[in-house]
Write a protein that binds this ligand. Structure first.
Ligand code: ZN
Length: 103
């Protein structure tokens, strides 16, 4: 997954230079996929839902960007991320592949 994440970030990061906003270093490391927890409407930790993220860290100061791995097509293996049934109304990712499902 990490190799695919690296390729995805390379393909998307077209804006130059790739300077860190904190220290201006231009060397970055794409880390292993992680996940951030979600809060419920009441502000409580929703232990059933996480957002998969791709961390990209500055090699000098450690400033880290997180990319939403649900948007990074092809990075997550198929089926690793299961959409929560309560939030799958209309705001799902606009992906052509998923538009044919009827159930
Ligand atoms: Zn930096």
């Amino acid at each position: 997954m990490r190799e695919r994440a690296l390729e995805w970030v390379k393909a998307k990061w077209t804006q130059e230079p790739h300077a860190c906003p904190i220290c201006a270093n231009e060397n970055w490391t794409v880390g292993d996929l992680g996940a951030t927890p979600r809060l419920t409407e009441a502000g409580l930790l929703d232990q059933a839902t996480v957002f998969p993220v791709i961390p990209v860290a500055c090699d000098n100061c450690g400033y880290t960007m997180f990319f939403n791995a649900r948007i990074a097509e092809g990075v997550l293996p198929p089926g690793i991320y299961k959409e929560s049934s309560e939030s799958s109304d209309e705001e799902g990712a606009p992906q052509g592949e998923a538009s044919g499902e009827s159930s």
